[in-house]
Design a protein. Structure first.
Length: 578
């Protein structure tokens, strides 16, 4: 009896503490000048995180739609499903009052611009940083001078020379993928997603590590004892990133764990040795030849080693024994992980959603194919071997003319941003002045810049903000000279943040654009695509049923490392020669 009373007393005390915290957070939010919603749960409570899926399903049954949307605002991924509806009702920025820490949700372009510009006040969210730095500190997770130093070293290396290499390797991979798809019986492909991920990984392998690899649909190691390369180990970890970053490797490798989790544990155990072997090999190769290697890893290592030498001579500004203008071994490993894991995953995901959208909207396939044929010539574009496709090899000439293909990427990123929100945090109260008003953001507070909300705002994108219309990104050129490409618009600041914004904008933005455009131009210069689905015909016939099914597949997505479809096994396409 005494034990039971003690347990009840402890639970009661815990509930009272949460209620008091909720009241304190409410008082702070009421002083901010922003609208606020009260959500009497701690969204970072481990029990809530584990149980949120069944809780959300139960609320969907018990609550009317008008209440359900507000009741689920604290669940992970709510903003993707909501688009911008809650912001339209409550306000472009609001505070979510919780029983843990308050959350500022911002879909106001002006406020988002201020938040992202003030990197010293609005710092990286600690939990997000912990997840992304499990292999080492990197440009994404660091703050202050550590971030500035890494940015100075990393960003200049992702230049036009690298973009030209991305173009060349993307052409190679795209041609090989097109030939593979053309060889499938009836053009029926149920592994398009793994094919696109293979293309993205192979491009990064070539450009990042000078490790060329012929195309084939991705087949990662699926048992703990299978041999794996560095890139394969990184890919495995990105599939279960939260587990890989937050749980110790020895726990993941325990015999009773499911095979996929033990395989990720094996990848974690292998990564330090694979990373060291790769870096040692790079340094040996550089010492054995007078010709500088030209890949991302070699440039990072070369600049790091040169920075160390300058520091020892007192030229680097760091002084003997201090971290000057070079990357530590830990930072090289961390940045290679970000370059590989985040770089390949975001590009592959964007390609997947773009091709799904084109399959659902065939009129836009014809629209980009018109441009592809104009730039490359129909014969060169359709030549799967590449023997007559020398025009495609000229990056500087061709890429600037493929604005429709780039508009396709931008519209896909608008509707399906790989990162649906940008996370920041404040430890003490900050003020933000926008629209001639000053708002007080009481700290500590988690800050979310809501990409999904910004990208679906009708005030910015018009009444058709929910619709797929890539032409919204283009305007006619100032002159009517034949052959002049349409001109890409530049959206207003803070309205489109697919690559983040402010000083922390993604340094790999141009690389991802070049890879996307090249792969799309290569595939759709030769092929067209349509969705495939089994089952009874809808009112519009089987073709219309397939399109509706694909729309549902895309909307049924959730965030892992990036936004991913929950049912990729149903993503079946038919690729046909044009």
């Amino acid at each position: 009896m005494g034990v039971a009373l003690a347990a009840v007393a402890l639970v009661g005390a815990w509930l009272l503490s949460k209620a008091w915290k909720l009241y304190q957070n409410y008082q702070a939010a009421a002083k901010s000048g922003l609208p606020y919603l009260i959500w009497p749960v701690d969204p970072e409570n481990i029990f809530f995180i584990v149980l949120q899926l069944p809780i959300k399903s139960l609320l969907r049954i018990l609550l009317p739609a008008s209440l359900h949307e507000r009741a689920t605002v604290g669940f992970m991924g709510w903003e993707f499903f909501d688009k911008n509806r809650l912001h339209e009702r409550v306000g472009p920025a609001f505070i979510l009052v919780t029983a843990g820490m308050n959350q500022l949700w911002c879909a106001d372009p002006a406020m988002a611009t201020v938040i992202l510009a003030r990197r010293k006040d609005f710092v990286q969210l600690p939990l997000a940083s912990k997840v992304m730095r499990f292999l080492g500190e990197n440009i994404l997770t660091s703050d202050g001078e550590t971030w500035a130093r890494q940015r100075r070293l990393v960003a200049p290396n992702l230049n036009e020379r690298i973009s030209a290499k991305v173009w060349a390797e993307s052409l190679t991979q795209g041609r090989q993928m097109a030939a593979f798809l053309q060889g499938l019986p009836g053009g029926l492909a149920d592994d398009t997603i793994s094919s696109l991920r293979a293309v993205a990984i192979n491009v990064l392998g070539r450009v990042g590590y000078d490790q060329p690899k012929a195309f084939r649909p991705m087949e990662l190691p699926r048992t703990p004892d299978a041999p794996m390369t560095y890139v394969e180990a990184i890919s495995l970890c990105t599939e279960l990133l939260v587990l890989a970053s937050l749980l110790p490797g020895w726990l993941l490798r325990l015999p009773f764990m499911p095979t996929p989790i033990r395989t990720v544990g094996a990848a974690l155990a292998n990564l330090p040795g694979l990373t060291k072997e790769m870096l040692d090999g790079e340094r040996r190769g550089a010492a054995e030849t007078d010709t500088a290697r030209d890949n991302v890893m070699s440039m990072l290592v070369r600049l790091s080693d040169q920075g160390r030498a300058d520091d020892r001579l007192g030229k680097g500004g760091g002084g003997e024994g201090k971290t000057g203008q070079f990357l530590t071994e830990d930072e090289i490993a961390g940045n290679l992980f970000i370059f590989t894991g985040a770089g390949f995953d975001t590009t592959a995901t964007t390609l997947t959603y773009a091709i799904a959208l084109l399959a659902v909207h065939p009129q836009w396939q014809a629209w980009i194919q018109e441009e592809i044929d104009l730039v490359f010539g129909a014969a060169a574009a359709k030549d799967a071997s590449g023997a007559d496709g020398d025009k495609l090899d000229d990056y500087a000439t061709c890429f600037p003319k493929l604005n429709r293909c780039l508009a396709l990427m931008l519209e896909t990123l608008r509707l399906f941003p790989p990162v649906i929100h940008l996370s920041r945090s404040i430890t003490h109260t900050q003020t933000i002045t926008v629209h001639d008003r000053t708002y007080i953001i009481p700290g500590p507070c988690t800050v979310y810049v809501n990409n999904a909300g910004l990208h679906h705002a009708r005030a910015t994108w018009g009444a058709d903000a929910l619709d797929f219309r890539p032409s919204r990104w283009l305007v006619s050129p100032d002159n009517d000279a034949p052959g002049q490409p349409e001109v890409l618009i530049t959206p207003d600041r803070g309205t489109f943040l697919a690559w983040s914004g402010g000083p922390r904008v993604c340094p790999g933005q141009k690389m991802s654009q070049v890879e996307f455009v090249t792969v799309v131009a290569t595939l759709f210069g030769r092929l067209r695509v349509e969705p495939v689905v089994a089952g009874p015909k809808g009112r519009g016939g089987l073709e219309e049923a397939a399109r509706e099914h694909f729309k549902g597949l895309m909307e049924d997505s959730t965030t892992r490392l990036t936004l991913q479809m929950n049912r990729p096994e149903e993503f079946k396409l038919r690729w046909l020669a044009r």
